[in-house]
Design a protein around this ligand. Structure first.
Ligand code: ZN
Length: 281
């Protein structure tokens, strides 16, 4: 009954935005995926739909979490600006902290102003599998929960114009992931790179249950050798909700972030404070 009430409140809050999967069983696992947020704290104000924004994403995530507290929330990277903008980047990290991400995967945007800044202003987990430098303090190389395993690979090509001070990328990790396949573990690989590279075979998808694409702003699902490659779009315009059954059957849904979703007040405050700092009010 309690669960039913929750669901009712949940659906009422979201109006026509029902986030409930088509079918569900108690053993189902849930993943919410975001990528390429590009420091979009609030919508662009440009009137184009979907409008996006971390403020509205937080409302959806909180609503989903109220029904499914075990949901795994992750971002595939490029959550900060692509050029130095310390005030905006700090505000974005502060806002992302409020969402209580299970982990963030840093993309090359997060190295523009130095990775120390990210670690200083974000308190949650940072998942890096193929970047090594100075022992990677404050980061994890994989995230294992039950029979779900997450790893993250950043394509070397993303760092053409950005320095990786004191660090190195291990390109062999791509092969390691396919070698470590296990029937009892469902491997989800966050691939920060381009969809074309996957189609060209430079990233071997064999051995993965699912690829979550970031950096490439593609939105949707394409299959490569039977493995779903899931793109989450850009600028916080949508989130992806993934349901994984005990038998590793999956349901993948893209939810657009529109003006009908109420902005979260805490994130709105962070955004307003930034405006004041920048003398924009
Ligand atoms: Zn990127």
């Amino acid at each position: 009954m309690k669960n039913y009430c929750y669901r009712y409140i949940f659906i009422t809050l979201l109006g026509m935005f029902s986030l409930a999967p088509a079918t569900e069983t108690p053993s189902d696992r849930y993943v919410i995926y975001t990528a390429n947020i590009n420091a979009t704290l609030q919508n662009c104000g440009c009137g184009k739909i979907p409008l996006g924004g971390i403020d509205r994403i937080k409302t959806l995530v909180d609503s989903f979490r109220a029904v499914h507290p075990g949901v795994i929330l992750l971002d595939g990277g490029d959550f900060l600006n692509s050029y130095p903008f310390p005030e905006l980047n700090k505000a974005t990290l502060n806002a992302l902290d409020r969402l209580m991400y299970t982990f963030l995967v840093p993309g090359e945007h997060e190295f523009v102003a130095g990775f120390e800044m990210v670690k200083q202003h974000f308190e949650g987990n940072l998942l890096l599998s193929n970047i090594r430098w100075n022992e990677n303090p404050g980061t994890i190389s994989e995230y294992l929960t039950g029979n779900l395993r997450f790893r993250a690979v950043i394509d070397v090509g993303c760092f053409e114009r950005i320095d990786l001070p004191g660090g190195r990328i291990n390109p062999d990790l791509i092969n390691i992931i396919s070698d470590q396949r296990s029937d009892s573990v469902y491997d989800i690989v966050v691939y920060h790179g381009s969809l074309n590279h996957i189609f060209e075979g430079s990233f071997d998808v064999q051995g993965a249950g699912m690829i979550l694409l970031a950096h490439d702003q593609y939105s949707g699902v394409q299959y490569v050798s039977g493995v779903p490659v899931v793109g989450a779009g850009k600028d916080g315009e949508q989130i992806v909700i993934i349901t994984i059954s005990e038998r590793f059957e999956t349901e993948i849904r893209h939810i657009k972030i529109t003006e009908r979703i109420k902005p979260d007040p805490a994130v709105v405050r962070i955004s307003r404070q930034l405006d004041q700092e920048m003398g924009r009010n």
